[in-house]
Structures are given as C-alpha cells and as structure tokens.
Design a protein around this ligand. Structure first.
Ligand code: HEC
Ligand code: HEC
Length: 156
C-alpha cells in the first residue's frame, strides 16, 4: 500500500502548490504597460483560415532588366487566375514555341527542354513545368528589411 500513500502525498503537495501559486499569478496579470503581441496571422486562431489581403500584382509592364544573366526573368504581367496543374499549364498557352509569336510573348528558354540527366526533349522538361517556382510576378510592396543587393557588375 506504500505506493498509494506516496501518490496521495504527491497530490497534496501539488494541490498546495497550486493554491500558494495563485496570488503570484495575480501579480503578473496584464497591466497598462504590458506589450501587446500580435502574429502575422493577426490574432486569428490556427484552426481558422486567414482571408488573403492586398497582395496586388503589378499590372502589365515592359520586360524587366535582369540583375544577373542566370536570373529567371521576372514576370512582367499579372498571373492572377493562371493555373498550372498536372494536366494544364496556362503559361504555355502563350510561352510555348508554337504559341509565342501569335501571343507576342517570349519563347520559353531552350534550357527548359533539358532533363536533369541532360537529355533534350521536344517539350518542356518536367523540372521546368512549374514556372512560378522560379518566375515571379511583382508587387510594389515596401521591402520589409533594408538590403545592399546590387546588380551584377557585368550588367550595370
Ligand atoms: C495571355 C498570354 C500570356 C500568358 C498566359 C502568360 N504570359 Fe508571360 N508574357 C506574355 C507576353 C505577351 C510577354 C511579353 C511582354 C512584353 O514583351 O512586354 C510575357 C513575358 C513574360 C516573362 C518575361 C520574359 C523576359 O524575357 O523577361 C516571363 C518570365 C513570363 N511572361 C512568365 C509567365 C508565366 C510564369 C506565366 C504563367 C504563370 C505566364 N507568363 C503566362 C504573355 C503571357
Ligand atoms: C527551375 C527554374 C525555372 C522554371 C521551373 C522555369 N524557368 Fe523559365 N527560366 C529560368 C531561368 C534561370 C531562365 C534564364 C536562363 C535560361 O534561359 O535558362 C529562364 C528563362 C525563361 C524565359 C526567357 C527566355 C529568353 O529567351 O530570354 C522565359 C520566357 C521563361 N523562362 C518562361 C518559363 C515558363 C513559361 C516556365 C514554365 C513552363 C518556366 N520558364 C519554368 C528558370 C526557370
């Protein structure tokens, strides 16, 4: 019966700790100078969906200069609603070689037909299929932090 007695003693200690702890908890209750914390989710519970706000894409502009030659060019038009799924790629509607002329769009780069093993395909390579992995549209949001990035010397 010894273990049962230990358990009982333990419970009593825990209960008294809870009781004596109570006044301390009151001392640290929110006061006027408590910092109010807010997450990027804006205080919305994790189980709830946060409505998308204000991520406005820039309207169609001219093709943008690149900052280094190997850069995936930035998308100079909105891509809102353009789907890229297993069966359909909206980007290729205009950027495929057989469509580009009519659409006035740049043809996808020849590098986009090579598999990672170096095999040249006659259609877009699977590793280049999800265009927005690398090509992104722009928004005129203010940078969150300063940075000292400069265009590659060869392109200045
Ligand atoms: C309705 C046709 C159309 C669709 C669909 C389209 N584009 Fe474009 N895209 C264009 C045109 C036209 C240009 C060239 C704009 C210019 O020359 O001023 C362009 C330019 C670009 C460029 C710049 C190329 C460069 O040389 O700088 C990129 C990158 C690009 N698009 C990516 C995409 C991606 C990624 C998608 C799909 C999410 C997409 N585009 C869907 C028509 C389209
Ligand atoms: C893994 C990254 C990656 C993916 C995915 C990708 N690209 Fe690119 N893309 C690049 C890079 C890097 C360049 C510039 C160097 C080059 O030509 O390979 C480029 C260049 C381009 C260019 C400019 C070609 C030129 O002649 O200047 C167009 C247009 C383009 N991509 C469209 C697309 C489209 C449309 C898709 C989807 C079907 C796509 N890319 C998928 C990285 C990517």
């Amino acid at each position: 019966m010894k273990p049962a007695r230990h358990l009982l003693q333990g419970l009593l200690v825990a209960a008294s700790l809870l009781l004596t702890g109570a006044p301390h908890a009151q001392q640290t209750a929110p006061s006027a100078n408590t910092v109010k914390m807010d997450s990027l989710r804006g205080g919305v519970e994790l189980s709830k969906e946060v409505p998308v706000t204000g991520a406005r894409q820039q309207r169609d502009t001219g093709v943008k200069d690149r900052d280094f030659v190997q850069q995936p060019p930035l998308v100079p038009h909105t891509i809102e609603g353009y789907q890229i799924t297993k069966n359909f790629n909206k980007c290729m509607d205009c950027h495929a070689w057989q469509r580009a002329k009519e659409a006035g769009a740049t043809k996808v780069s020849v590098t986009h037909f090579r598999t990672r093993e170096g095999q040249e395909l006659d259609n877009i390579s699977p590793r280049r299929y999800f265009c927005t992995q690398c090509h992104v549209p722009q928004t005129d949001a203010k940078p969150l932090v300063d940075n000292t990035f400069q265009r590659a010397r060869g392109l200045r």
